[in-house]
Design a protein. Structure first.
Length: 130
């Protein structure tokens, strides 16, 4: 198999992963914007209030949309990596440690996307400077 075919297949697989993760983060954002009771209870437990829940929902929504835009996909994934690291730490410190498994599981594919799209992120940031 030639390298271009391998690169093409890897790119297709990465796009499939991005679409799946975008759908997951879209659903996660929806739980915040629809005041889904477990989401409300979780954020009330943290003590920051509903404004923080909506802010996190907005970040999740922006990340989901960004994953679907080629030029922004790497940057969106990088932002979601930071969001998920915060979620893992929050779950470990304020909830039962087992609850950190969900954001940790999401962190793996999002980190793969961020790493794989790092050249796009670098190009975008260079263009954004001018």
């Amino acid at each position: 198999m030639c390298m271009t075919t391998l690169n093409r297949k890897a790119n297709i697989a990465l796009w499939v992963l991005q679409v799946l993760m975008a759908a997951a983060f879209l659903m996660a954002a929806a739980t915040k914007f629809t005041n889904y009771p477990p989401a409300v209870e979780g954020f009330d437990h943290i003590g920051f209030g509903r404004w923080f829940m909506y802010l996190i929902g907005a970040f999740e929504l922006a990340g989901a949309i960004g994953l679907l835009i080629p030029r922004l996909s790497g940057l969106a994934a990088l932002g979601l990596v930071l969001l998920l690291i915060g979620a893992v730490i929050t779950q470990l410190l304020l909830f039962a440690p087992v609850t950190a498994l969900t954001p940790a599981a999401y962190l793996i594919p999002i980190a793969i996307i961020a790493w794989s799209r790092r050249q796009r992120t670098s190009r975008f940031l260079r263009l954004a400077r001018y």
